[in-house]
Design a binder for this molecule. Structure first.
Ligand SMILES: Nc1nc2c(ncn2[C@@H]2O[C@H](COP(=O)(O)OP(=O)(O)OP(=O)(O)O)[C@@H](O)[C@H]2O)c(=O)[nH]1
Ligand SMILES: [Mg+2]
Length: 434
């Protein structure tokens, strides 16, 4: 279990409790302590945090109209934001940046993203290839530099990192921002430490940034400590936040190395780099939606998709409306994020993310249904109907069955939304104002 999962579990326990009394708070705190301590967060820090929460929850007078659980969740949120630092504001002046990290954490990609980031803001940038271990690392960085439209220097086949850095500094002296890629390892070993120290010594970087994959759990703390001991980190970059990882390890990494997160990576493309924003990050970690920006995004998407918002929640789902909605939901893109941010972790994501080709197939299948089949969702359990529809639409029976299964999943979800007042209330916030 990573830190985020533990924290979300603790919060869920609190929001699930019907009354917030001393016992509920203590249980919440215990869960919280377990999550934080097993993520290598400093024990003293954890105790301080939980004591403060307990004190506030039990002794302070709550503000008028605020439920205790909202108050405590919010307090935890604020405390974690405090712990993680507010955010990062890069200074736009010439600098040298060294990226470090274990195998596959996203170093090379992030080098190119960063170079593009600074160059787009007026500082001409270039990449230096100092991964002398992995075959084809040179070519990968060179290709990425081309894609990003930034400079590049490397000596293919050269193992002497000091020499590469020295030559690079000469060749790239007109560039304002120099970013150096380095080798990865399964674990930091003596050889890599030596190599990184040599690069750091020759390169004299202003920033030494550890690149961590968002699904790294508590070992992130140890990683950060080891890299910090080797070269003195100045910051962290969390990559692959677009994936399933929530970046729970970041809290431990930040606490260990006593540095802040500078950027987050949110995709494979070179523009998928975001400045670190603590509120957004911690909100995600805790499963509390960043409602402000979310509401904005979703309202925009709903408008663009021309969905009637009330359809999404209230209308009876049948095969006629299913296709319309599937299409609209697909266009909405961020829906997946919205759902998971609203705490609907069991949403069948595949159902909402169909390819255009599959949608076209679904349309053909639905067109081959009789009007009764289309309006009554339950007729399609009979094998003979499935066979007929498959034939009529030119699809396989398996494809028809897949559609039926997606339909049923969506129907269940709709039933859940209709029965869940809380959820409906949350959904209504997303509806564009007419
Ligand atoms: N989805 C997603 N993929 C990413 C992100 N950052 C990197 N990747 C992918 O992760 C894989 C590994 O990225 P690299 O940049 O090669 O990682 P590395 O740390 O340089 O790897 P080594 O050099 O082998 O240690 C590639 O397929 C990248 O496209 C991200 O933010 N989101
Ligand atoms: Mg690499």
């Amino acid at each position: 279990m990573d830190l985020g999962e533990g924290l979300r579990k603790a919060v869920a326990r609190l929001t699930g409790a019907t009354i917030i009394d001393a016992k509920a708070i203590r249980e919440f705190n215990k869960e919280l302590q377990r999550a934080l301590i097993s993520a290598d967060v400093n024990v003293e820090l954890v105790l301080q945090l939980t004591q403060k929460l307990e004190h506030a929850a039990l002794r302070e007078k709550l503000p008028e109209g605020v439920a205790a659980r909202d108050y405590i969740t919010n307090m935890l949120y604020e405390d974690l934001v405090g712990l993680m630092g507010a955010g990062f504001e890069p200074v736009m002046k010439p600098k040298r940046i060294l990226l470090l990290g274990l195998y596959g954490s996203g170093k090379t990609t992030t080098c190119a993203k960063l170079a593009k980031y600074y160059q787009d803001r007026g500082l001409s940038s270039a990449l230096i290839a100092c991964d002398v271990s992995r075959p084809a690392a040179y070519e990968q960085l060179e290709t990425l530099a081309k894609q990003a439209g930034v400079g590049f220097f490397g000596i293919n086949g050269e193992k002497d990192v000091r020499k590469i850095v020295r030559e690079a500094a000469k060749a790239l002296k007109d560039r304002k921002v120099l970013i150096c890629d380095t080798s990865g390892r399964n674990a930091l070993d003596g050889e890599l430490i030596k190599e990184l120290k040599a690069i750091a010594d020759e390169f004299r970087p202003d920033e030494k940034l550890l690149v961590i994959n968002a699904d790294t759990g508590q070992v992130a703390g140890r990683q950060a400590r080891e890299f910090d001991e080797a070269v003195r980190l100045t910051g962290v970059i969390i990559t692959k936040l677009d994936g399933s990882g929530k970046g729970g390890g970041a809290l431990s990494a930040v606490a260990e190395a006593r540095v802040g997160i500078q950027f987050t990576g949110t995709g494979e493309k070179l523009n998928a780099l975001e400045l670190y924003n603590s509120k957004k990050f911690v909100g995600r970690l805790l499963g509390i939606p960043d409602l402000e920006s979310l509401v904005e995004n979703v309202q925009k998407a709903i408008k663009e998709a021309e969905v009637k918002p009330e359809q999404l929640v209230t209308e009876e789902l049948n095969y006629s409306t299913f296709y319309q909605q599937l299409k609209a939901l697909n266009k909405m893109g961020p829906l997946k994020n919205v759902m998971s941010m609203m705490g609907m972790s069991d949403v069948p994501k595949e159902t909402f993310e169909q390819s255009e080709a599959k949608l076209a197939k679904y349309k053909a299948i639905i067109d081959s249904m009789t009007p009764e089949e289309r309006t009554s969702g339950s007729l399609l359990s009979a094998g003979s109907r499935i066979r007929r529809i498959a034939k009529g639409s030119g699809c396989t029976e398996k494809e028809v069955k897949a559609l039926v299964s997606d339909f049923n999943k969506m129907k269940r979800l709709y039933a859940k939304m209709q029965n869940d007042r809380n959820l409906r209330k949350q959904m209504s916030r997303f509806m564009p104002k007419q």
